[in-house]
Ligand binder design. Structure first.
Ligand code: F0G
Length: 459
């Protein structure tokens, strides 16, 4: 028999205590942080679900790799190990290390971006959008219709809308679209996967117009596992083979290794175009470092190389996807509105349905985020009009498409009892939702305002 209980596929060798606080203490701490959990001291957080990025627990083998790190400035053996590990998954010719995902984006869009250019994606992550816009280009989200409806279940809600992509290319002109991106899994759209068929279809359209296709590959292994479980024809392929096929349709990739390479820092750019790679390396030398370390130490490169081996292990991926699903299903069963089905790295509460009486300009997502912290010391993040809202020329808020609260699950960090505690807190907040307050912004920066904004609850 195959046991029904899925266990953590590891035992714990080193532990990190977490600090308990009282509700009174947390109310004060949050007020002092301007009601923005980004500004809390992490030590004042009990369960930190702010991000799954850079928060993974490394394995004993990764830590062993850290000791093996070759810190030579040029041509270190750790680089070649890293390059070969990235090549094994992506089969790309040119692999350029960067200190994290946005550094790869910054380099790429500094070269291919600029005024008058357009970049389609299923949904741009906020740093991708910011790097594109910073270069003077336009970032366009072209998500499949079903992906915009949190309550509708579908297997691949991260897919790009092929019809809209074709129309977009015709409207803007292929020569003004230096590349097209697919974010796997689609973080800002709920951690939802993109199907192999969709990757193939997007590639076909791009090929027709000679537009290169790039993957934003942060969570490629989670995406591969969803394909294995949900897409006919892939059930008997390994996660690694599926990932390799995903990359085979792409001309390049940006990657934040802080997600599916199971490390605390790192990233890379990968591509097949020699000319573009040369330009990227030249810029890399100015901003990140020599092309064989790119802003990382040799030990970091070792940890990435080992992490890329471990992340495609199917016992790991089964535990990973099932534990997020466990959390999601318990919330759904209790009536809490979330994006369905549960995503790969996070559960996204649908704040519009959770707090239907708080309008977007009073930030319902922020209200839930604040209450989760005050109630149970849980740190989550708003992904809605705080993060993506814009103003029209009269200063009126143009709300985001969705009002979400993301609870991202760090990899290999929390156990099932942490998750059970989390469920209890979310249900408590949900059952008392009538008491949650509206919020207004009292301070904001001109870009990426969610990191530093300050808020005030209004009665
Ligand atoms: N692309 C996606 C899809 C991401 O989720 C992230 C980061 C990046 C690019 C940028 O990578 O942080 O290494 O510079 N996402 C984190 C998150 C921050 O919390 O979702 P980075």
């Amino acid at each position: 028999m195959k046991p029904k209980t899925i266990i953590e596929p590891f035992k714990i060798k080193s532990v990190e205590p977490i600090r308990f606080t009282t509700r009174d203490e947390r109310e004060k701490l949050l007020k002092d942080a301007g009601y923005n959990p980004f500004k809390l001291h992490a030590d004042d957080v009990l369960i930190d679900l702010l991000t799954d990025s850079g928060t993974s627990a490394m394995s004993a083998k990764q830590w062993a790799g850290v000791m093996e790190g070759d810190e030579s400035y040029a041509g270190s053996k750790s680089f070649y190990k890293f390059e070969s590990a990235v090549n094994k998954v992506t089969h790309m010719k040119y692999i350029i290390p960067t200190h994290q995902g946005r550094a790869a984006e910054k380099i790429l869009f500094s070269i291919v971006g600029g005024p008058g250019k357009y970049f389609p994606n299923n949904t741009h992550f906020d740093t991708t959008r910011a790097n594109i816009e910073f270069s003077g280009s336009v970032a366009e989200d072209i998500l499949t219709e079903v992906g915009m409806h949190p309550e509708e279940r579908a297997d691949f809600k991260g897919n790009m809308d092929i019809g809209k992509l074709k129309a977009f290319i015709k409207e803007k002109g292929a020569k003004n679209i230096p590349l097209c991106m697919l974010t796997v899994t689609n973080n800002s759209g709920g951690g939802q996967p993109v199907s192999m068929q969709n990757i193939r279809d997007v590639k076909e359209v791009c090929k027709k117009y000679s537009i290169p296709l790039f993957l934003d590959a942060c969570r490629f292994a989670e995406n591969a596992y969803f394909i294995k479980k949900r897409e006919p024809g892939y059930e008997n392929k390994s996660a690694l083979e599926i990932a390799q096929e995903m990359f085979s349709y792409a001309d390049g990739a940006t990657m934040s290794a802080k997600k599916d390479a199971l490390v605390n820092i790192g990233g890379f750019l990968a591509m097949n175009d020699e000319q573009l790679a040369m330009q990227c390396r030249n810029l890399l030398i100015v901003t990140e470092g020599f092309p064989t370390y790119g802003g990382l130490s040799g030990r970091d490169l070792e940890a990435v190389a080992q992490g890329l081996e471990e992340v495609v292990d199917e016992h790991y991926l089964e535990y990973r996807i099932k534990s997020v699903e466990y959390l999601g299903n318990k919330l759904i069963d209790a009536g809490v509105p979330i994006i369905e089905p549960p995503g790969g790295h996070a559960i996204y509460i649908d704040a519009k349905r959770f707090l239907p009486d708080i309008p977007p300009e009073r930030y319902p997502g922020q209200s839930i985020v604040c209450e989760l912290y005050m109630e149970g010391g849980i740190r989550a993040v708003e992904i809605g009009s705080v993060m993506f809202g814009k103003y029209d020329e009269n200063g009126k808020l143009i709300p985001a498409m969705m009002e979400l609260v993301r609870m991202a699950i760090p990899r290999r960090v929390y156990t099932q009892s942490h998750v059970d505690y989390l469920i209890e807190i979310v249900l408590e907040v949900y059952n008392n939702r009538i008491k949650l307050k509206d919020y207004e912004i009292t301070y904001e920066a001109p870009m990426l305002r969610h990191f530093t904004a300050e808020f005030k609850p209004i009665a």
